[in-house]
Write a protein that binds this ligand. Structure first.
Ligand code: KIV
Ligand code: ZN
Length: 497
């Protein structure tokens, strides 16, 4: 079996999704889970981009042992200096530097020419080599870069010492056959290609990220850059779970990864919950419906023999069908074990607090699902927030105007307001805006609720625009109006003021 290295960029490319930023503690939690999952390389951040990213690379380097920690840079010496500094505690370290190579990047982004771009690429690789042995070079927009020129760039950077060469389809434009041919062209035309690993990095703008990655792998790439749940800017990146399971299901391809696939589902839930980013129900491998057979013909077949309609076993990706059902009578140990299954480790003190909230929720609803538990485990993320909801009272109905009275605690001080509106959520948000008097506009409002019963937790995702920026907020409550106000407050707490 050949080996495909898995390079996870959830914490760098994935984290570029507006509103899904994690704090350092959360990033460490994800990085440790990626280590358990068996990821070979963790791209931990872009250190020059912000002090937060710089600090996260430092802390992840300390927290993680086996995977290589990678830091992104532009082909700029200052970026490389800062990345090297951020990586100083990493046991295995890599600098990922690069530059745009397509004609449009060369002309419009750099106002340069092809020869000068090769010089800058070579200079950056040589400069990074002063700090680390393992240097990966990316040719940004390689997907739209002419193959002959791309081969010249790649040959030059390998000669300069690049150990990995990344061929990103930055805009998600390539067709699978075209991307595969590009990789094959490099294998056949670049002198010295045997001294480097070719990496795929595919975006999903046309829904072809995984297909392109697989085409690259079948044509000689031996590293795949991926994210959990396929998250990432715009339509996202290739998803880790898809690549890992394709190779596991198609043993005949003869390529394997180091991924412990039973950790896939817990990792997916953890990332979704920490980033407040729901996974689409029909998402391959980790979506809520990925193993649900609803049509009569399929159900009949699966009952006779699961292999009739299932090409993989849910347990292989860590979905535990036999998991203990959690109810108001479940003990701490059952809750702890379910949280561990979902990739969440809590201190005893935190577990005690979550258990008390769990009992309150279990009194209100009989079927507690994994999402509820993750929400409870993350609920105290709002504890250090400046603005918190103190109380909310709403009257509404048919033929009457909705009225809300709301109390907020802002830095510990109590503020109250009343408002009427077009429905209870509108009234509550108007009351909120009377207290927090800013020019903010609600741009997106999604309610995710009632998966099984009328007592289910309501989960609300919101996007609010303020001062030219978009802020993403989340709220969860058995009262959907309260969840909406919580989500709005979550956005406001993130405002850069
Ligand atoms: O999509 C892309 O080109 C990237 C590079 C910075 C590697 O993310
Ligand atoms: Zn990318």
């Amino acid at each position: 079996m050949d080996r495909l290295y898995i390079f996870d960029t959830t914490l760098r490319d994935g984290e570029q999704v507006p509103g899904c930023q994690l704090n350092t503690v959360e990033k460490i939690q994800v990085a440790k889970q990626l280590e358990l999952l068996g990821v070979d390389i963790i791209e931990a951040g872009f250190p020059i981009s912000s002090p937060g990213d710089f600090n996260s690379v430092i802390e992840i380097s300390k927290a993680v042992t086996w995977p290589t920690i990678c830091a992104l840079t532009r082909a700029v010496e200052k970026d490389i200096d800062v990345a090297a500094e951020a990586l100083k505690f990493a046991k295995h370290k890599r600098i990922h530097t690069g530059i745009g190579t397509s004609d449009s990047h060369i002309k419009y982004k750099f106002n340069s020419n092809r020869e000068e771009i090769i010089e800058r690429a070579v200079r950056a690789v040589k400069y990074a080599k002063r700090y680390v042995e393992d240097v990966e070079f990316y040719a940004e927009d390689a997907g739209r870069t002419e193959n002959e020129y791309l081969a010249r760039v790649i040959e030059a950077v390998i000669k300069a010492g690049a150990t990995v060469v990344n061929i990103p389809d930055t805009t998600g434009y390539c067709l699978p056959a075209e991307y595969g041919e590009k990789i094959k062209y490099l294998c056949d035309h670049v002198a010295g290609i045997e001294h480097a690993i070719i990496s795929t990095h595919c975006h999903n703008d046309l829904g072809m990220a995984t297909a392109n990655t697989m085409s690259g792998v079948l044509n000689g790439a031996r590293q795949a850059e991926v994210t959990i749940n396929g998250i990432g800017e715009r339509a996202g990146n290739t998803s880790l779970e898809e690549v890992a399971m394709i190779l596991k299901c198609h043993k005949g391809v003869g390529i394997e990864t180091n991924i412990n696939t039973t950790k896939i589902y817990p990792t997916s839930r953890m990332v979704s919950s920490l980033m407040n980013m729901p996974v689409q129900p029909n998402k391959a491998i980790v979506g809520k419906n990925a193993f649900a057979h609803s049509s009569g013909i399929h159900q009949d077949g699966v009952l006779k023999n699961v292999q009739t309609y299932e090409i993989m076993n849910p347990q292989d990706v860590g979905i535990d069908d036999n998991a203990i059902v959690l109810t108001a009578r479940s003990g701490r140990a059952a809750l702890k074990s379910r949280l561990q299954l979902l990739g969440v480790e809590l201190s005893q003190e935190k577990l005690d607090a979550v258990y008390q909230d769990f009992l309150k929720l279990a009194d209100k609803k009989k079927d507690i699902n994994d999402d509820d538990i993750l929400v409870l485990a993350g609920a105290d993320r709002s504890q250090n927030h400046r603005i918190k909801m103190d109380y909310l009272q709403v009257t509404s109905g048919v033929g009457v105007q909705s009225v809300a009275s709301l109390g907020l605690l802002i830095a510990g001080e109590k503020f109250e307001a009343c408002a009427s509106g077009n429905g209870p959520v509108d009234a509550a948000i108007k009351a909120l805006k009377k207290i927090v008097n800013r020019q903010m506009t609600l741009k997106e409002f999604t309610i995710q609720a009632i998966s099984k019963g009328s007592d289910d937790m309501g989960k609300v995702h919101m996007q609010v625009e303020y001062d030219g920026h978009m802020y993403y907020g989340f709220g969860a409550n058995t009262d959907i109006i309260a969840a909406s106000v919580e989500a709005y407050i979550d956005c406001i707490n993130k405002f850069k003021i």
